[in-house]
Design a protein around this ligand. Structure first.
Ligand code: DC
Length: 210
């Protein structure tokens, strides 16, 4: 079997990140959480006091991102997700990150990438494309549980509003909007726990590879 490229897209808190990580582990290939790239650009902009709306500055940060700036522990959280969504609207930022993502995808052993535009823009030739969704309410429940577990105080309503705002921004932007590729298989995780979602995803991957 030749190297398999798996593209996983979907909205925030749909479960795509966990699925991508588990699939990569199972297949023994590397995984790239592309959201981290946008989060890292936003983090650097915020640390330097640059407005997230400054497309030119954001593109130059994106073009010179260093691996140590991708440390996930500094990039987690709802606030960084929102800031990443804001910088990801800039086409120049997306273009600056494209070649790097494609290089990652085409390494000899195959790869799993997750994001918003992997099946449509980054890897339109991917062997398997999954579009992972869940209802906004279920996604907000998951995010609310995660956020509450960190000790941060928030409300379910605030988390739901954040999710809906982020969905709208990511799906309505002009540059590489969040969208299922026409040949993507859809996986709705609303009623599935992590193990059941993984079993379904694996079934889809195995049937596409055979
Ligand atoms: O997957 P995440 O929540 O870490 O992503 C944060 C934001 O980054 C998301 O709201 C939009 C942007 N993003 C993107 O535009 N394209 C991707 N491939 C990945 C993330």
């Amino acid at each position: 079997m030749s190297a398999t490229v798996i593209a996983i897209d979907g909205p925030a808190a749909s479960g795509k990140g966990t699925l991508a990580r588990r699939l990569a582990e199972h297949l023994g290939c590397p995984h790239l959480d592309t959201g981290l790239l946008y989060r890292a650009v936003a983090r650097v902009m915020m640390d330097r006091g640059i407005a997230l709306s400054d497309a030119e500055a954001a593109a130059s940060v994106a073009a010179s991102l260093a691996p140590e700036q991708l440390d996930a522990s500094r990039l987690r959280g709802v606030e960084m997700g929102e800031a990443a969504s804001v910088v990801s609207v800039h086409e120049a930022v997306r273009n600056a990150l494209l070649a790097w993502q494609r290089r990652f995808a085409t390494q000899p052993g195959g790869a799993v990438l997750d994001g918003r535009d992997i099946g449509t823009v980054v890897c339109p030739e991917a062997d398997v494309k999954l579009y992972v969704t869940a209802s906004a309410e279920e996604r907000a429940r998951r995010r609310f549980r995660e956020v509450s577990a960190t000790g941060e105080t928030t409300t379910f309503e605030a988390v739901l509003a954040d999710i809906l705002r982020r969905d709208a921004r990511d799906a309505d932007r002009a540059a590489a909007p969040m969208r299922a590729a026409p040949d993507a298989r859809h996986l709705d995780t609303t009623a599935l726990d992590a193990d059941a979602a993984f079993a379904k995803a694996l079934e889809i991957v195995e049937s596409a590879r055979s």
